[in-house]
Write a protein of this length. Structure first.
Length: 123
């Protein structure tokens, strides 16, 4: 099993040992752009990503966040992938908008702990 950790926030859950313990290969990526590039080569079964709302930039127009393009690409290359989007409390209303567009994603507010991931990972 491959899990993408898309790390764009210092609050991203540091769960590498947890993933390893459960036989999950974690691919740590420090940008959505790198995650999109990896999709064709090594599609994931799981994604844990940080939500960043686009205050006052292009995201606020067509896209909502840093993850929109990645999530649409994911639907093409890994349609059965389970996605967990982590967010800060201040972004709750914007995460709700993203979930309206992509209802299959799961969302958790920081801090995210291991036991919250168990259902997502089917453990």
């Amino acid at each position: 099993m491959i899990l993408y950790s898309i790390i764009e926030s210092p609050l991203h859950p540091q769960l590498s040992s947890f993933y390893k313990q459960h036989g999950i290969d974690e691919l740590r990526l420090n940008s959505v752009r790198k995650a999109i590039q990896s999709l064709k080569k090594q599609p994931p079964e799981y994604v844990v990503a940080d939500f960043i709302y686009g205050y006052g930039n292009n995201y606020a127009g067509v896209n909502i966040s840093n993850l929109d393009v990645f999530l649409y690409s994911l639907a093409k290359y890994a349609p059965d992938c389970k996605v967990l989007v982590c967010y800060e409390k201040a972004d709750k209303e914007y995460v709700a908008k993203l979930k309206t567009l992509l209802p299959a994603i799961e969302t958790l507010m920081y801090p995210v702990v291991e036991k919250q991931l168990l259902p997502l990972l089917g453990l």
